[in-house]
Design a protein around this ligand. Structure first.
Ligand SMILES: Nc1ncnc2c1ncn2[C@@H]1O[C@H](COP(=O)(O)OP(=O)(O)OP(=O)(O)O)[C@@H](O)[C@H]1O
Ligand SMILES: [Mg+2]
Length: 213
């Protein structure tokens, strides 16, 4: 069906996902590939953006973990149906700032929801569709929170969940990548952004056979 490729960037708060999605799209453009930027939750789909506000703003404890996972899944389905799948069918590539690994990391490793339940939810929401490549940006939790804190704004509900939670996320993302090495690549997000972006480009070039100019 789809002829475009689907790349996801994952990692904890402030790891550099948004920064590197933009830079990667510029690099893909320079390589003659039309790439669409996306983001979860929301992804520019009108209804999913309403769900985003329910998840990233407000009281830390406003949702129990199951409700939180269901809301992320509803937003994900909407984003796939309205943004990702139509773009891939046109032959465009999609680069998404977060996708389903964030649900496994945050609601699974972070809040303690059962792995099997989250996998079942994936099956219902996404089916057998998978990203062609997932880049996990790895950064110590404390450093990520420091970087994210400088950004400001009111989309900080997850940022306020405490250091322990964020350390579990980091371990969770690394474990997810270890379990699926054919899909996931871990990149050290500590160096300056030019160096991180060069590592991302090398990885996309190798895994997805792109020739960057
Ligand atoms: N390699 C880097 N070194 C230092 N600062 C960086 C680096 N990469 C990104 N930053 C800065 O860190 C902050 C967080 O980056 P960014 O918003 O891209 O992270 P994010 O992973 O999207 O965070 P969130 O999960 O909170 O959306 C930004 O101010 C960005 O400019
Ligand atoms: Mg971001």
């Amino acid at each position: 069906m789809a002829s475009g490729r689907f790349i996801t960037l994952e990692g904890g708060e402030g790891a550099g996902k948004s920064t590197h999605v933009d830079l990667l799209i510029e690099s893909l453009d320079a390589a003659g590939i039309t790439a669409v930027k996306s983001q979860e939750p929301g992804g520019g789909s009108a209804e999913a953006e309403k769900i985003r506000a329910l998840l990233v703003e407000g009281d830390v404890g406003r949702w129990d973990p199951v409700a939180e996972a269901l809301l992320h899944s509803a937003a994900r389905r909407d984003h796939l149906v309205n943004i990702v799948w139509p773009a891939l069918e046109l032959g465009h590539w999609v680069v998404s700032d977060r996708f389903a690994d964030s649900t496994m990391a945050y609601q699974g490793y972070g809040h303690g929801l059962d792995r099997a339940a989250i996998e079942q939810l994936y099956e219902i929401t996404v089916g057998d569709f998978r990203p062609d490549l997932t880049i996990v940006l790895d950064l110590p939790a404390e450093e990520g929170l420091k970087r994210a804190g400088k950004r400001g704004g009111n989309e900080d509900r997850y940022e306020r969940m405490g250091l322990d939670f964020h350390e579990r996320l980091r371990d969770g993302f690394l474990d997810i990548a270890r379990r699926e090495p054919e899909r996931c690549v871990v990149i050290d997000a500590r160096p300056p952004r030019e160096q991180v972006q060069a590592a991302i480009r090398d990885c996309v070039a190798e895994r997805l056979e792109v020739e960057f100019p």
